[in-house]
Design a protein around this ligand. Structure first.
Ligand code: BTN
Length: 259
């Protein structure tokens, strides 16, 4: 069994970041790290504070879905206080940080399904949820929530096993959650600082999307779109070309690849 001690000290010690992951709240079991992170942000937690749980009992996914996060997965939330102009980039930042960390720790190549599912061999290994409180042009806080299937056997979870995978299932061996978490925190800070220094992560995010050029169906609210995922805009929205030639700009939705 690889090292799975997620104590704050094991995460922060010699982490090599300036602020992301320097303060960690760890819980063996929690409803949702998003809840605690939001509360800590409202209380003024320092930027980069991380809330992490060994397991969540009421994990939240996008579009009000339930997120299953049993022991063996990573469930963490990171508190940031970005300027409003960087908010759309947080989705890109988080998914790229996950892709980089998976590759650095395991050597596995992963891809992003718009807007921010991370896939390995076409199966979902990670989901990302961004929540923020914004008043006009003032961001009170933003929370990046990351759920990553690290060392769990998907055959134990038939409800998601047809479309999901884990790093250990892909590799056929256990993977250290601690190594993935530490790398993830380093990557989040590196990309966040690069963004604030005027760098762009849009191009790399766009080029990591499996979605582009594919025939897709997109459920956005009550509307269902179908067409070719032509491109993504700098604000992260999907540009979908319909068979009649029209173009739709979709801000949020759930994509199914059709080809
Ligand atoms: C999705 O793909 O629908 C997003 C899933 C996000 C799950 C993570 S796990 C850590 C954090 N806490 C939650 O309750 N949700 C996010």
């Amino acid at each position: 069994m690889v090292d799975n001690n997620l104590s704050p000290a094991s995460i922060t010690s010699n982490l090599g970041t300036h602020f992301v992951g320097q303060r960690v709240f760890y819980y063996p079991s929690l409803t949702s790290t998003m809840e605690v992170a939001r509360r800590e942000a409202q209380l003024g937690a320092v930027e980069g504070t991380v809330v992490i749980a060994d397991e969540q009992t009421a994990g939240r996914g996008r579009i009000k879905r339930v997120w299953l996060s049993p022991k063996g997965s990573i469930a963490l939330s990171i508190i940031l206080y970005p300027s409003v102009v960087y908010l759309p980039s947080l989705i890109m930042l988080a998914s790229l940080a996950v892709v980089h960390s998976i590759e650095a720790v395991t050597g596995l190549r992963s891809q992003i399904k718009w807007p921010n599912d991370v896939l390995v061999n076409d199966r979902k290994v990670c989901g990302i949820l961004i929540e923020s409180s914004v008043r006009g042009s003032i961001v009170d806080y933003a929370v990046i929530g990351i759920g990553l299937n690290v060392s769990l056997r998907l055959s134990d979870f038939p409800e998601i096993s047809p479309t999901a995978t884990s790093l250990s299932d892909e590799l056929g061996r256990d993977v250290s959650r601690l190594s993935v978490i530490r790398r993830l925190l380093v990557e989040v800070e590196r990309l966040y600082l690069a963004l604030q220094a005027g760098g762009s992560i849009y191009e790399e995010w766009r080029d990591s999307l499996v979605t582009l050029g594919r025939r897709v169906r997109v459920k956005s609210g009550k509307t269902m779109y179908e067409g070719i995922a032509e491109s993504v805009a700098r604000d992260g929205s999907l540009l979908l070309r319909h068979s009649n030639g029209n173009l739709s700009k979709i801000v949020a939705g759930e994509v199914t690849l059709r080809d």
